[in-house]
Design a protein around this ligand. Structure first.
Ligand SMILES: [Zn+2]
Length: 274
């Protein structure tokens, strides 16, 4: 009995010194290349779009590369982890696609997005920042200028602008790039002929010199500004009625496939475009 009492008293003594509990919160670690590609793949997967990066499949070429020189052959050398794309560039791309409602991505009928560290074409022109293959429904993004920091190239936010530009090409060409677009052409001044202008200055009626290349580039560039440079576009459109008319047409065409809420936030002159 005495033994039992002693044992009870002992059990009521000071608690044993607390031992450290195992850490339940995992240690923060920066996202890896795999994490970032999974983010982009997931974002695109919302609309059933595949993502092509390097690995087993090193290049992606358009069908025209096999069938002969009649059409433009596009050959993308796929980007992989070893290329060292800045992390923020991948984040920009994820954020760019996150802005789109699924209805718009569905309407663009994009099958895949290919990230290229090099993008070659057989048309003798400079290596493009992006391309839209309207036959195979592939959107190519060329990040080469971001892999060579010393080279004068595009800034990281240009990767998002490129994506927006190419998304519009895939929305815009249901009947091929030579589609006649009378409504659009009539907005241009009498006698104007597309064909590109030299120099960097902005010609009246266009967001930039590149937009004077052809109607498709004009529309895609206007949309690119609506998505990425809304305030700049509004400022220009207020003093350029031709550009305002073009922005209205693009605005209305986008409204026919998706709710415009995703565009309105960055476009202060949205009320003038409705
Ligand atoms: Zn273009």
């Amino acid at each position: 009995m005495r033994l039992l009492v002693l044992m009870v008293i002992a059990a009521c003594g000071p608690p044993p010194r607390a031992t450290a509990l195992p850490e339940l919160v995992p240690e923060e670690r920066p996202p890896t290349w795999l994490d970032r590609t999974v983010s982009l793949r997931t974002m695109l997967g919302r609309a059933g779009i595949a993502l092509d990066t390097g690995g087993a499949r090193r290049t992606l070429a358009s069908k025209e590369c096999e069938t002969g020189p009649a059409r433009r052959c596009v050959r993308c050398t796929l980007l992989d982890e070893r290329d060292g794309l800045p992390d923020t560039a991948m984040e920009e791309l994820v954020a760019a696609f996150a802005r789109y409602p699924i209805t718009l991505l569905d309407a663009a009928k994009i099958e895949r997005v290919a990230l290229c560290r090099k993008l070659d074409t057989n048309d003798g022109e400079d290596e493009p920042a992006g391309l839209a293959d309207t036959e195979s429904r592939v959107l190519f993004v060329n990040v080469r200028s971001l892999l060579v920091p010393d080279r004068a190239g595009h800034s990281i936010d240009y990767i998002a602008e490129t994506a927006h530009h190419e998304v519009f090409h895939l929305l815009d060409f249901p009947a091929g790039p030579r589609r006649i677009d009378l409504e659009w052409d009539q907005i241009n001044p009498n006698g104007f002929v597309y064909g590109g202008r030299k120099g960097d200055g902005r010609p009246f009626g266009f967001v930039n010199a590149y937009a004077t290349t052809n109607g498709g580039e004009d529309r895609a560039s206007t949309f690119q500004f609506l998505m990425a440079r809304g305030q700049e576009l509004c400022d220009l459109a207020m003093v350029d009625p031709t550009l305002l008319a073009k922005a209205r047409v693009v605005w209305r065409r986008i409204a026919s496939v998706a709710d415009l809420a995703f565009l309105r936030a960055g476009v202060s002159c949205a009320g003038d475009l409705d």
